[in-house]
Each structure stands twice: as structure tokens, then as C-alpha cells.
Write a protein that binds this ligand. Sequence first.
Ligand code: FAD
Ligand code: SF4
Length: 480
Amino acid sequence: MQTIPSESLAIDRKARVNLPFNDLDLRPAHIRTLDFDEVVIKFSAERAMVEASRCIHCPDPAPCMVACPTHNDIPSAMWLIEQGDFCAAAKLYHQTSSLPQICGRVCPHEQLCQGSCVLNKFHTPVLTGELETFAVEHDRCRRGLHIPKGTPTGKRVALIGSGPASLGCADQLVQRGHAVTIFESKPAPGGLLVYGIPNFKLPKDVWFQTWQQFEEAGVKFVPNTYIGKDKTIDDLLSEGFDAVFIGVGSLIDAKMEKTPGTDLPGVYEATDFLIRGNVAPDLLPAEKKEPLRIGKRVAVIGGGDTASDCLRTALRLGAEEVTCLYRRTEKEMPGGHKDRSMAREERAKYRFLTQPVRFIAGEDGRLAAVECLQMELGEPDAKGRRKPVPVEGSNFLVECDTAVLALGYWPDPVIGDTTPDLATHDWGLITASSTTGATSRPGVFSGGDCVTGPDLVVTAMVAGRRAAQAIDEYLKNPQS
Ligand SMILES: Cc1cc2nc3c(=O)[nH]c(=O)nc-3n(C[C@H](O)[C@H](O)[C@H](O)COP(=O)(O)OP(=O)(O)OC[C@H]3O[C@@H](n4cnc5c(N)ncnc54)[C@H](O)[C@@H]3O)c2cc1C
Ligand code: SF4
């Protein structure tokens, strides 16, 4: 429900529809590719107030609120920002979101809140994501970030993985007075917020300030501990944890099956490439510390947002020519238009209907070219996307010294394999209720990418928050 009912506002909605729109300010492409700093230039207070005043305050429930997976009270926040009460707006975001300073930056707004804004029918939607970032950052600079701690219950919950799903869960458990310990296989907490999403979209210091807020609320972090290998879920329950939440993501890079040469020096998997390209060496696991050897010509294979992230990372690492190879057309690309258009502005090129079939070594034994086939679109597949079909004899070479495989992600089956009676499906995704996160094992809950497959920061966070509510009910009455 909207905190500030839209019908209580005496505003001229027709006049608001026609207010001029100024798009986001971005750092110029030729400058921003020289570093890994954030691309979007933050709003000033004046600019934020003007942009928020374009909101026409739709009747409750406003479409933007419905489309936001965590149902932020966007219209009320817009009103508070317009009035200059930024801290009150931030407070609203914190009520429904555990990571507003992050979601405001990385959510695909054009598919969520902004995409459903009624102003799309007239001209351009309100820049809701940027306004969320502005309000929360303004508040953080003045008051810091604090998770209000609940009265201690004496119950202990183990969370496995430290990405958005576990963070949403931890936030809500701490507020209910439960003690939270997060076990993480990597050296630093954050999941893909650290070891995935590049700095130019989400600066690491934003994450580390967020993490500090969790530590100050008493969340304990145990790094370098791979549950399923170093210890099991049953070990955690025997150690006295009263419940377990599994938020291990879906992090195994999809392989390019039956394609010779993927093991050549110069061919990288997307995760390896992004981690080593974007993360400071002191946060890298031992096996990732060797610096990347980036060449002059880079080919990125795949069509999702990860492919755009790899293209843009390669440009920042100094590559001169960066090309995306995708087997369908742009229309079928799963990645968002916004990331692609920024990649294009930064000089990335796209070759559609192109399927790599072989990675070829040069005289030095390193990658020198990718042999590709020209494709055409055939009949729709099970998901309704037209299948790419090779054109016989159309083989051609794309010369490159580095190739990055950004083909998608699979779940890691280790948790399912080492936890008796934990139901899994589709190569290791954990079977869990979409409303409570309850799994087939009493006291064991799960959410985020390890349940849904690769999705979004906001949806993983929401799953963790929902599971926390169910864990709280379970802890009060374990027999139910
Ligand atoms: C390159 C890239 C860019 C992306 N960009 C965006 C974006 O711009 N916007 C957006 O909304 N989404 C983006 N996503 C998707 C988003 O990051 C994920 O959907 C989200 O992080 C999922 O959260 P999670 O908590 O489920 O898992 P993760 O963030 O993957 O976290 C899982 C954590 O569990 C740990 N772990 C795994 N197995 C174990 C184990 N057995 N024991 C202990 N720890 C374990 C992992 O090390 C990891 O830290 C991106 C994804 C990628 C790969
Ligand atoms: S969480 Fe994401 S979808 Fe929801 S209001 Fe913020 S940016 Fe929009």
C-alpha cells in the first residue's frame, strides 16, 4: 500500500505528463573506458527533485510498485524526493528492500519499475532506479546505514553463500533477533555483487559499505568454506544451528560442448575473465590471482548481459577491437538493450547469426582465430525462439587473440549430492517453495539463483527475505 495516497495529492497530472525530460547523464564513452569507475553520473539534489516531480502518482497500486519484485513504495518515495525529504524517501526504500543502494544501480529498470511507468505511453518514464540510488546514498552519507537489531531469541541460523539471497535473508533474520552466520566459499562476502557485476555498474566500495552494515548488525562471516566439501549441511545442524538457508547461486559456467580449442591459452570462461578483470588481487581466490593476458582483439561469445559486461571489461583492460559473436539476431538476444547500447557507445561491435565451431591456435600455441559458421533462423524452439540453423559451407575466420565464453550458468550439484533427502531437479537446482523457500528437508530453506536458475539481484534478495519470514515461523514452532 502507498504510504502517501495518490488521491491526497493536489497535483495537475496533465501538466506533469508534458514536463520536459532530461535523460541520465553518462560519462562520455571515450573517457569512461579508460577506467572502471561508475558510468552513470549521480543526480544532484535539484536534478532529483525535478525528475521526481514528473511522477503523476497513479492510483494505488501503482504499476511501478507492482512491477518491482520487492514492491518498493515508489510513488510515495517520488513525492518525498520532490519535497526534498530525501531521508524519509530512503527510509521507505529500506522498509521493503535489503539492498536499495545496489538495486537502484543494477536492476534492469526498463523491464521492471521504469518499464511499467504509465509515462511510457506518452514519452519517457520517470528514472525511478536512479532516484532510488540518489535518496539512499544521500541518506547514507548523512546517517550511515543501519540494520535495526531485534531482541535476541537465542536461535542460530547458518546461511550458505553470501550473495543477494543470503543478504536479504540475513537482514530480515537479524531484525527478528536471530543470530546469523554466513558460510562462503570465496575470500570476500557478496556473491556476484563482488565476483561478477563489474565495477563500472556497481562500484566495490558501495558493496563494502553495505557489508559493513551487516557486520555492525552482528552478522558473522566465515570465508573460504565450501559447504558440501569442507563440511555438510548435516554438520552445520549437528553443530547446533537451528535452521539453514541455502543461497549458493548458479555459478558453473556453461561449456561450449564439442567445440575444439576451448582449452587453448587465450580462451576464458566469463566468470574467470570478469573476476580477474574486475576484482582487486587481495580479494581473489588463490587460483585466480594470475593476471589476465588480454590481447588486442577480443571475441566474446554469447548474447546475455554477461556478454555485454565482458565486452565492456575487455575495452577497459585495453583491447583495441572487441566483437560479440551471437548465433541468433539481435531480436532474440536475452541481454538488456541498455547494456548493449552502452557497449556499442564504447566501441563494441556485434556479429549476429555467427556460431563459433573451432578455436584455432597460432604458431605460439595461443589463440589466433575462431572459425565460425554463418547461421540463419529456422523454426521456433520449445521456448518460442527461432532456432539458429547453420548455412552449409559458410565457414569463415574471426581473428582474435582472446576469446571469452559467456554462454550462461548452471547450478553446482554439490549441495544436493551431499545433503540426504534434499530434493533437486534440472542438474542441481534446489526444489523450494517460491513463497517460503521451504525445501524437502525440515529446517532447511533456500532461495535465489540456486532455486530459479540465473536471474536478478532483486529477485534473489526477495527470495531471501521471504525465506527469513518462514524461518522465523519455523524457529518459533519447529514441529509445525
Ligand atoms: C556477470 C554478471 C552480471 C550480472 N549483472 C546483473 C545486473 O546488472 N543486475 C542484476 O539484477 N543481476 C545481475 N546479475 C545476476 C545477479 O548477480 C544474480 O542473479 C544474483 O547475484 C543471484 O544472487 P544469489 O544470492 O542467488 O547468488 P550469488 O550472487 O551467485 O551468490 C552465491 C554465493 O554462494 C557462494 N557459494 C556457492 N556455492 C557455495 C558452497 N557450496 N558453499 C559456500 N558458498 C558457496 C558463492 O561463492 C557466492 O558467493 C549478473 C550476473 C552475472 C554473472
Ligand atoms: S528494486 Fe529494482 S525494480 Fe524495484 S524500484 Fe528499485 S530499481 Fe525498480
